[in-house]
Design a protein around this ligand. Sequence first.
Ligand SMILES: CC(=O)SCCNC(=O)CCNC(=O)[C@H](O)C(C)(C)COP(=O)(O)OP(=O)(O)OC[C@H]1O[C@@H](n2cnc3c(N)ncnc32)[C@H](O)[C@@H]1OP(=O)(O)O
Length: 136
Amino acid sequence: MSSPNSPLPVSLPTDAELVLKVIPMPADTNGNGDIFGGWVMAQVDLAGSVLPARIADGRLATVAVNEFIFKQPVRVGDILSLYARVTRVGRTSITVKVEAYTERFRTQGQYIKVTEASLTYVAIDDNGQPREIPKR
Ligand SMILES: CC(=O)SCCNC(=O)CCNC(=O)[C@H](O)C(C)(C)COP(=O)(O)OP(=O)(O)OC[C@H]1O[C@@H](n2cnc3c(N)ncnc32)[C@H](O)[C@@H]1OP(=O)(O)O
């Protein structure tokens, strides 16, 4: 049920790919009873790696979280949908924008944007050193 202070539902992005859906559990909460920011960051890091893994064709490491915005809290029982879009492919690195939308437990089908982030991943070789992104 939405309250007068609830953010308005938004449309899902059409220029990004759904790369992960996940439901937080009570063990993922902080002292406020909302979902712990570190848990959200871990999901965003995983979601952000999906498209670079496809392009890099091998091991990756997260080198930078360029931006991370927590717009709204995530709650136990929400369904979190993470969308990703590649914004830059460099010589050895790939930068991705990730947006997370939640469906509240009692208002499924209505999406609220909770988080957006930009992360950079580096393709690495067996020794953990940067390697060139394969040409397509
Ligand atoms: C599996 C995981 O994700 S583990 C999560 C935690 N991540 C890690 O443990 C990774 C630890 N870091 C590392 O091992 C190293 O920093 C590496 C291998 C990722 C990169 O090695 P470096 O010697 O720093 O690489 P280098 O300086 O050559 O930069 C490599 C690329 O990263 C980019 N890069 C480096 N630092 C940054 C930064 N702060 N922000 C954005 N891009 C960056 C560079 O621009 C370059 O991209 P390009 O080749 O496309 O132009």
